[in-house]
Design a protein around this ligand. Structure first.
Ligand code: ADP
Length: 710
């Protein structure tokens, strides 16, 4: 018991969990319900913002990559143009050298030309000289196998018709000596007088002239192209690339870079540069896909990252939304459960308040005891007046009840009693004591059986105890006065008989002494006086008998009803014979429990009355039957006598209650009162039914002996 220390419970509504104000709670709950939607909206917003940012970054990177590619294409075109310009210059230089050689001595030229040609060996050309008529007079290194005429060639005619000494670059054509595609660089040959003396030309492979950069530098779809300002291609990195450009390209003079999609579907950055002096345009087409490879790779990685990151972030957000949703749902359920709990506690509190019981709740962990307001009020204390300590209870128990209370509680705590229940007195605030019924039960125990929590109630027994005590006092008083009364009746009736007998004796003496001296009237007077004394004696005897019932009670015993009834009949033999009555007893009998003499008296009175109150001219027929009912033997004593009026059926059981005068039927009116006293003393009942003029039936229930069947 010493280990008990108080705990806080929540049975009383006011001791429950403190919650925020209802309005705030509703707002919080409403917000909480919106959390999943807010998270989804945030996810969408983040997705949109991410997409926008990625698009902007990628757009910027693409512009940057495109600009870089443009610049690069421009540089390549410039380098290409420079290469072409240098090559053309060198070819022109070689042409001028050879023409000088030829001009100095045409006859010696065939011998000297190869030497000159070797000086420009890296240019790989075929040198050809044609005379003013267009006949090829010299060809090196491949000699003309047969006479060749070039007078029909455009460059020949141009030189012949144009007095200016200018370098001409032909369209690509098949060389008449080499039979190969060639590009012919030509200058006029002047006769010593200044007349047209023919042309000297260098025939070169157009492919060699048009190719400068590595194919890898330009990309798979890239190419280089050397165009004449007439729009006719002069050479290029590959055959047929001119067809990839739109007709009339380039639209402008000078230089520039344009983005073009070719008929092959490939996008290119095409840079061009016009070589004004040479009548050529150097064109470099850069494969855009290659030029933008860095950007595209960057874009792919960004997309890859986005493909991984976006679903992850989205998934995480959705998970958060889902969790928030779950939490909101959980919160909702919790709130509902709390509401239900509060409702239950309120109901519980109201029920306890209605019953008027106080509640205590002991918590072993905190060592505290919660005392409900009603618990405190029962002892006259306010809600804030007692601390939640076990001493508050213990110190108020009446010293005489303390050990007993501790013993009972300890027995329950040890598990020896299923419920702790004890009645003890407790001191109230005003110093008075109240009887309290203290009940409780351990509601949780540690695995080793140590009590962890116990709850219980206090019921105020003061009123009940006082009522019980008052009843007990009344009962004792009644019993005492009853006993006194019975003792008085016994003594009185006993003592009354003596003077009655004396009166009777003296009346007899008087009658004898005065015999013959008395007249008829006086004799009659003496006779009445003696009859009165006799009747008085009968009354006293019956009263004595009535008061004896229960006074000399013997211990209860089992009595077979057969001998009891037979004894009763035997006592009435004379009356039965005189009346010519027939008494029918049952064939079998139950065994009764009680006082044999009193049971005989009961049946003797009933049978005697049945014979006595017979109808004139009708021999009495009495019948006794029985049955068991509610664990008792139920006897019926029926006769065919005069019967009893309905309004007297209960009255006849009263003491000295008679329905007839002495002249009609003799009696004192005590027989049935004795029957009732005997029946009730045995725990049974007696009552009557009757039809006036036809007969009466007396019912009596008596206890069966233990073990008698129901
Ligand atoms: P007593 O027989 O001495 O008058 P009881 O107490 O035995 O007194 O009976 C009370 C009255 O009940 C009787 O006076 C009689 O009027 C009536 N009574 C009793 N038994 C019967 C019966 N079997 N039939 C008719 N009346 C009866």
């Amino acid at each position: 018991m010493a280990g008990l220390a108080g705990g806080a419970g929540s049975i009383d509504g006011r001791a429950g969990v403190r919650l925020p104000a209802p309005g705030t709670v509703d707002l919080l709950r409403a917000l909480q319900r919106q959390v999943p939607a807010l998270v989804v909206a945030l996810a969408l917003l983040l997705g949109a913002a991410g997409t926008y940012a990625a698009t902007a970054v990628l757009g910027h990177a693409r512009d940057l990559a495109l600009e870089t590619a443009r610049v690069r294409a421009g540089s390549l075109a410039r380098a290409y143009a420079e290469h072409v310009r240098q090559t053309v210059r060198r070819l022109d230089t070689a042409l001028l050298h050879l023409r000088d050689e030829y001009g100095q001595d045409p006859a010696a030229f065939p011998a000297r030309a190869p030497l000159q040609a070797r000086l420009h060996a890296e240019l790989a050309f075929q040198a050809v000289v044609a005379d003013a008529a267009g006949r090829v007079v010299f060809s090196h290194p491949v000699p003309a196998a047969a006479p060749v005429l070039v007078d029909d060639r455009a460059y020949f005619r141009a030189h012949r018709d144009d007095p200016a000494d200018r370098l001409r670059v032909s369209e690509p054509m098949v060389g008449r000596i080499s039979g190969q595609p060639t590009l012919q660089f030509s200058r006029p040959v002047r006769l010593p007088g200044g007349g047209f003396g023919g042309v000297i030309l260098l025939s070169v492979d157009p492919a060699g002239l048009g190719r400068f950069h590595d194919a890898a530098e330009l990309g798979p779809a890239g190419f280089e192209l050397l165009l004449g300002t007439d729009g006719v291609p002069r050479g290029g990195s590959r055959a047929g690339v001119a067809g990839l450009l739109p007709p009339g390209f380039p639209e402008r003079d000078g230089e520039g870079v344009v983005r073009l999609r070719g008929p092959d579907g490939a996008d290119r950055l095409v840079a061009y540069r016009r070589l004004a002096g040479e009548g050529l345009v150097a064109v470099v087409a850069l494969d855009e896909a290659m030029a933008m490879a860095g950007y595209l790779g960057h874009r792919r990685s960004m997309l890859d990252v986005a493909l991984v990151v976006a679903p992850t972030v989205l998934g995480a957000l959705l998970a958060v939304a889902w969790l928030a949703h779950l939490q909101a749902r959980q919160q909702h359920r919790l709130a509902e459960a709390q509401a239900r709990l509060a409702e239950t506690e309120e109901r519980w509190r109201l029920a306890l308040d209605a019953v008027g019981d106080g509640v205590w709740d002991w918590d072993a962990a905190s060592g505290n005891v919660f005392y409900s307001p009603r618990w405190k009020a029962m002892l006259g204390y306010g809600e804030d007046e007692l601390s939640p300590r076990i001493e508050e209870w213990e110190s108020r128990i009446h010293p005489d009840d303390l050990d007993r209370t501790h013993a009972d509680l300890d027995r329950h705590l040890r598990g020896e009693m299923p419920v702790y229940a004890n009645e003890h007195r407790m001191r109230c605030k005003d110093g008075r004591y109240k009887w309290i019924l203290d009940r409780g039960v351990v509601v949780s125990r540690a695995p080793d059986g140590t009590p962890l929590r116990a709850v219980g109630t206090h019921t105020d027994l003061t009123g009940r105890r006082e009522a019980t005590a008052a009843l007990e006092r009344q009962r004792a008083e009644l019993q005492r006065s009853n006993e006194e009364l019975e003792a008085f009746a016994y003594v009185a009736s006993h003592d009354l008989r003596q003077p009655l007998r004396t009166i009777g004796a003296y009346l007899t003496l008087l009658e004898k002494d005065l015999a013959g001296k008395l007249d008829e009237d006086s004799r009659e007077c003496i006779h009445f006086a003696r009859a009165g004394a006799r009747r008085m004696d009968r009354l006293v005897v019956d009263l004595l008998e009535y008061s004896r019932v229960g006074r000399r009670a013997k211990p209860s015993k089992a009595w077979s009803a057969g001998p009891v009834l037979e004894a009763a009949v035997a006592g009435l033999e004379a009356d039965i014979a005189e009346a010519g009555a027939r008494v029918g007893l049952p064939a079998a009998f139950p065994t009764l429990w009680g006082d044999g003499d009193e049971l005989v008296r009961l049946f003797a009175n009933l049978l005697g009355n049945a014979v006595k109150y017979r109808a004139p001219g009708r021999p009495p027929l009495v019948r006794v039957t029985w049955a068991t009912a509610d664990g008792m033997a139920h006897f019926r004593v029926a006769d065919n006598g005069i019967g009893i009026p309905a309004d007297a059926l209960e009255r006849v059981f009263g003491i000295f209650q008679r329905l007839h005068g002495q002249g009609e039927y003799e009696g004192t009116g005590i027989g049935l009162a004795i029957c009732r006293k005997v029946a009730e003393r045995h725990g049974g009942r007696i009552w009557a039914e009757a039809v006036p003029g036809e007969g009466s039936t007396f019912h009596v229930t008596l206890p069966l002996a233990p073990g008698e069947g129901a």
